[in-house]
Design a protein around this ligand. Sequence first.
Ligand code: S3P
Length: 467
Amino acid sequence: MKRSEEIILDQSAAPAFSADQKTHLGSLPLSSRLSPALSGEVDLPGDKSVSHRALIFGALAVGETRIEGLLEGDDVLATARALRAYGVEVVRDGPGAWRVWGTGIGGFEEPTSELDLGNAGTAVRLLMGVAAHYPFASFFTGDASLRSRPMSRATKPLIEMGARVTARSGCRLPLALTGSAQLVPITYTLPIASAQVKSALLLAGLAAPGETSVIEPSPSRDHSERMLRYFGAEIGVADDSTGARIITLTGQPELAGRDLSVPADISSAAFPLAAALIVPDSQVLLRNVGVNPLRTGLLDCVREMGGDIKLQNARDMSGEPVADIAVVASTLRGIDVPTARVPRMIDEYPILAILAACANGQSRLRGLDELRHKESDRFASILVGLSAAGVSVSTVGDDILINGKGAPPSGGAKIESYFDHRIAMAFVVLGLACPEGMVIDNGAPIATSFPDFVDLMNGLGARIENA
Ligand code: S3P
């Protein structure tokens, strides 16, 4: 067996960013201190994945779509701006209440300038699928983090369907995509499960005649499939004996504008949930959280770790399962998280790593290669941050091994967020349970997904302040 590699705390382990990235977001150092028990009931921000899709599918439907609970984070606002650039009327009526006047498939206008999607990987990949409908060029760009992320995984199938792409080397943004009025429907097997790529293909398939099929090696979040059905498209889903999932969309449907409510984001709920587990004597209720089974891998992990969580009041919200989650502080044990769980909790590894650091015994988080391609190289960001906080961590190939001592580490470190909202929030949460707290160099990126994070957490009793 390969020996585990010790983490060497030098700059080569850390994700690299340019000076441009460092200035783009501004700087908001945060400190979090050992907190008293957290308690209370909270409503959390809307689901980011569902919010992007609500705006985009609303824009492609015919007539008015009214949305409640839309996430007003920077990423989703970037999607709204891009849709406006395509000539779609998108209006904010009040907090979380938005209206979109859909043009129908084929009704977008050519944008007069480039589309800057900021930090939003989901927005750029989904909108490339829509841009493939049109024989004009759409010019996509974003911040330094987004410009460093690979786009070929989404452009490859779109090119097969008839789009043309010119991009910077490595198929990175800025990127121009010229679509086609005669898109060809294809059957495409995804090399890696990815909801963003699957959704880009399905969105392109809306304009193609006949059936577009996507085969996923294992199921990724299915918000697009659910929402397509909700807006009136015909879409079939079948699982084969290997665990692969085949999604088949009948092209050129007439989508009809709908009213929809966005559930709270389980990927944001994960932070108060974890904080309530590790801050002694806490008791918290998280309301209206989306519990789509393809998003709840973290809940499975927490149960295996011995965490006290209960789902209550289960119901449906615009085609998505929703529940309230009751959390009670718990003694946690280390677990072995299989690679097969990655697609169901891809965004939750930073906060799972924090739970593992506070648990008793070793946790092994397997198969994390995809974390290297997120808002930061999360594989590296997790290792560097945990080591700095005094946690013993190591790696074997794509697995991270975390040795919990049955109590939070001492903390007392200043760590970098690497301009990654989920890295920032994860380490802020850790500081709430550490005797010496934690300092995070920059909490500004938190606004991409959870603009009220600090106030909401402090409302529960957390001690987070500007450092
Ligand atoms: C998302 C899919 C995930 C996730 C991202 C949101 C989506 O990425 O990491 O934050 O809304 O489709 P992949 O499934 O493409 O890896």
